[in-house]
Write a protein that binds this ligand. Sequence first.
Ligand SMILES: [Zn+2]
Length: 243
Amino acid sequence: MWRTTATVVRCGSEAFLIDSPVFPDELETLPPLLEQAGFPFTGLLATHGDWDHMLGRLAFPGAALGVAETTAARLRAHPGAVQRALRDFDERHYLSRPAPLTLGSVEALPVPGYCGLGERELELHPADGHTVDGMVIWIPWAKVLVCGDYLSPVEIPTPEGSLDGYVATLGRLEPLVKEAAFVVPGHGGPIDATSARALLREDRAYVEALRAGAASLPPGRRDAEQRRLHAANLARLRASGAP
Ligand SMILES: [Zn+2]
């Protein structure tokens, strides 16, 4: 669904699942897939609190879920929102799941900061703007950037949190993208660094034009669904009192 990505990162005898696939059969496949790959699952991370990234515990019930402090605050402020959004989606698509989603004891991680994995550390960078919360995860030894709902080759920017936050996050992503071998956006990835650099330029231009009231859709992302997202971006701006 939505070309949603999930990333498994391993170091030594530990492996984290970052974000999640959406469909029940995809989630069911994860534990045997990791086992076959020799990735010893130890925990979950989510880049942000949108429900489609938070389903890891359906595959690994009882696992600890680490999120940015901003995401933990968002989840606390809107208890049950993830489960309600999942239920709406499942009803709309006639999906049934073996068990309801519980998020368990969510661990709030300081961002910017580090998160240990085996004998190494993942780097956590703040990434608000798409939503009010979130982080991107830089895997230094693999030169992989897991960037949540930024730099998507299939989806235009959706600055539901704030335009200023979005532009600032793109600025923080820039040096990481320069270093990266691969970038894994939440929808449509993974992509190589050259594509990610091009998307960063396009997305910055789009968001800045949106702020100036003159945005047009980037090439390759102009289908009916992207036009709908664009109209929603404009409506959100008008509702916030922008000219
Ligand atoms: Zn998403």
